[in-house]
Design a protein around this ligand. Structure first.
Ligand SMILES: [Zn+2]
Length: 730
């Protein structure tokens, strides 16, 4: 190749030579000799053979290159064209859509559900000859090629819809003449394989419409808040103008530029006879209302995030985010929203009542973890007792501010909420609700020094039954029970009931000095109303692919961890907590269904808990700071957590179901003070026992003055509570 500079040099040499005749003559002579020699060479057969071989070599290289090109195109499977990445949709237990997750936010819809206006507008702009060509438009290509040659680079595509589809689907988007050729070839293949209607349907569902929207349906929903079937001519013209350069023509980018573009589209529709003048005039007068860019929302967000994580875990990235899955979950959208509102309201109320720093006004974060905040936080988890299906899951106050799910992953001290497990271990070991333990100042020698459990009100009640001790959340009795039963045995039961966090086998373990998540506590408590069975909590019921094939189906699992009798006795004792113990705020708050539960408050008022259940639903709530610190003086679970639980549970639909009473339970009148068989002298209460544990000894009598630790009024209430349980009143 002779470039400009070399050409110029040669010209200068030639001119110089003509100026000097001797040089010119020498030059002619030289060239003549070269010519003769060249001619001689050509006549030499050996050389001819070599040249022929060379040409053949070049030809075969060309053929190989063409072969590669052909193979490259053949390798692309036009059958893959209908297979588009689609958003997955998740639904609540009643079939209401909860959320979507996607790589490309796309919902594929049939052509029949796309406005004719939009199809016409696209054809007018992109390919008005669509129904007549066979995949490519030679006139268009020639025009584009001419424009590109003049510009010195590729500016115009001259592409038909089919070519654009080929490019979008199977080829990368880089502009080159080589790719252009393959695109033409593919377009032909696509036209042979599919009808025009199919090609159009693939096209409008596949292309990118800016702002993260793929396909006509998501673009319509995203920009106008309506389905693609409902687009007016004006809407359609606006949308059709976007796709050539979505980042430039998106209404979210610059609305007036987008509207000018809409005029171009309307003109094109007029020009190609795809709209009447009167229609276009009307479309120009249409008001344009664009939906704002979707903001991150807190509504349903913790539940949606947990669902996404679970689907990802089950089916992997590609299926989850591009598979167009239908995910049927256990969440109850109505109860989920109720729970979110209840958590938000209660935290605001606590901040006001205890005069805490207003949220967001706390000092700069001291927590390194960006997922955690300085604000007072709360969590709620609610699930079905029998199936373990999670109905509501609130992981914190604001998902936008902190994605950390405190319900699932927040490991905290459970405090007195752990006592239910202590007493369940005691009953399993043969103690009864009527077993009497002295609530008195006690001390234990430990490695760290002397340990003296105290009660929250710093007083002691004297001799009390386990039932009373649990109802009043008496610490010294829980610690002594732990010593009688054996702390190791309690740890073993806690593990069987699903607590996986650290549970140090120390004297204070019965007071909840280990660690558990709200999820674990709720699951553990579900054992009591579920006749001793521990179920595996579920968030997903079923996952189908976009064609309806079932990819996953939940299998409810469970196993027995307590005898049905012990589970019933615990339920009965925990009912007392709700009816007249530390959880009585439930009744004061107006919740009337049969219910049982336990409060929890940890050292220095760092955590406030309430885990409670009806015969069908178990719900736990937690309140505290991410970086554990005192919420406020006297910030008991009863004050902070119980009202939150009650506000949520009151929204449950009424149910006539009662706690199940196993056949092996007997009811016996006993002396309220000693827990032994009552004599006429005794204050009598009714108590439940397993058949093997009914007391046989008569109360030895009350020679000493009656202890006033258990006032008569309370024993009376006790009877009433038990009768409630039997008759199922309320
Ligand atoms: Zn007695």
């Amino acid at each position: 190749m002779i470039d400009a500079e070399a050409g110029h040099t040669l010209a200068v040499v030639a001119v110089e030579m003509t100026k000097t005749p001797s040089m010119y003559t020498k030059w002619r002579e030289f060239m003549r000799k070269q010519g003769i020699e060249l001619w001689a060479c050509v006549r030499d057969k050996q050389v001819i053979a070599r040249v022929t071989a060379g040409l053949a070599g070049i030809a075969s290289i060309l053929i190989i290159m063409l072969g590669i090109a052909d193979w490259q195109v053949r390798r692309l499977d036009v059958n893959l064209i209908p297979d588009m990445e689609e958003s997955s949709h998740a639904y609540d237990r009643n079939g209401k859509e909860l959320c979507q997750f996607w790589k490309q936010k796309r919902t594929v819809v049939p052509l029949s559900r796309i406005s004719k206006h939009l199809l016409d507008a696209i054809l007018a702009m992109e390919d008005h000859d669509f129904y007549n060509h066979h995949g490519y438009d030679l006139a268009g290509i020639t025009r584009a090629a001419w424009a590109n040659l003049r510009a010195g680079k590729i500016e115009q595509g001259g592409s038909t819809l089919t070519q654009q589809l080929a490019k979008n689907t199977l080829l990368n988007a880089r502009q080159s003449y080589w790719r252009k050729l393959r695109e033409l070839w593919l377009a032909r293949k696509i036209e042979k394989r599919y009808t025009k209607a199919q090609i159009l349907e693939f096209y409008v569902n596949r292309i990118y419409w800016g702002s993260g929207f793929y396909g006509a349906e998501e673009a319509s929903q995203g920009y106008f808040g309506k389905s693609a079937s409902e687009l007016s001519l004006g809407d359609a013209a606006l949308l059709a103008g976007i796709t050539a350069a979505p980042s430039i023509y998106s209404p979210h980018a610059k609305l007036d530029r987008c509207l000018k573009r809409r005029e171009v589209v309307l003109d094109a529709m007029l020009r190609h006879g795809l709209a009447k003048t009167s229609e276009v005039e009307a479309a120009r007068r249409e008001p344009v209302v664009i939906q704002p860019r979707p903001e991150q929302t807190n509504r349903l967000a913790y539940a949606a995030d947990a669902i996404r994580a679970e689907v990802l875990d089950t089916l992997g990235y590609q299926k989850t985010f591009a598979g167009g899955l239908r995910v049927y979950t256990t969440i109850d959208a109505k109860m989920q929203l109720t729970a979110e509102e209840a958590v938000g309201n209660q935290l605001s109320r606590i901040e006001k009542e205890f005069n805490l720093l207003k949220r967001g006004t706390a000092a700069a974060p001291t927590v390194a973890d960006h997922n955690k905040t300085n604000d007072l936080q709360g969590a709620l988890l609610s699930m079905s007792v029998q199936t373990g299906e999670i109905m509501a899951l609130v992981g914190g106050r604001s998902f936008v501010e902190s994605k950390f799910n405190r319900a699932l992953y927040g490991k905290r001290q459970p405090g007195s909420a752990f006592k239910a497990i202590v007493y369940a271990a005691a009953l399993s070991a043969g103690m009864t609700p009527a077993t009497v333990i002295e609530d008195e100042p006690i001390e234990f020698q430990t490695l760290e020094g002397i340990y003296r459990p105290t009660n929250s009100d710093q007083t002691f009640s004297g001799a009390v039954t386990l039932r009373t001790a649990l109802r009043k959340s008496i610490n010294s009795v829980a610690v002594q029970t732990g010593q009688v039963v054996g702390v190791d045995r309690i740890v073993t039961l806690a593990r069987a009931m699903g607590l996986q966090g650290p549970l140090p086998a120390v004297i204070s373990l019965p007071l909840g000095s280990g660690e558990a998540t709200l999820f674990e506590m709720v699951r553990a408590y579900s054992v009591f109303p579920n006749e001793g069975r521990l179920v595996h909590p579920l968030l997903l019921r079923r996952i189908e692919d976009k064609h309806g094939a079932v990819l996953y189906e939940a299998k409810p699992e469970g196993h027995q961890v307590l005898s049905p009798e012990v589970a019933f006795l615990m339920t009965s004792m925990l009912m007392d907590v709700v009816n007249r113990g530390t959880g009585s705020g439930v009744r004061a708050g107006g919740f009337q269904m049969p219910a049982a539960g336990k409060t929890g408050t940890t050292n220095d008022y760092r955590d406030a808990w309430f885990i409670g259940f009806t015969p069908e639903v178990v719900t736990g709530v937690w309140v505290g700071y991410d970086q554990p610190r005192e919420i406020a003086r006297r910030a008991y679970g009863a004050r902070l957590a119980v009202p939150l639980w009650t506000a949520y549970m009151k929204k449950l639909p009424p149910s006539p179901k009662q706690f199940p009473r196993p056949a092996g339970i007997v009811e016996q009148l006993i002396c309220a003070e000693t827990g032994l068989l009552a004599t006429p002298e005794c204050d009598v209460v009714s108590e439940y026992f397993t058949q093997s544990n009914v007391p046989h000894d008569l109360c030895p009598g009350h020679h000493l003055q009656d202890s006033d630790e258990i006032p008569h009024s309370q024993t009376g209430q006790n009877l009433e509570g038990d009768s409630q349980m039997r008759s199922g009143a309320h």
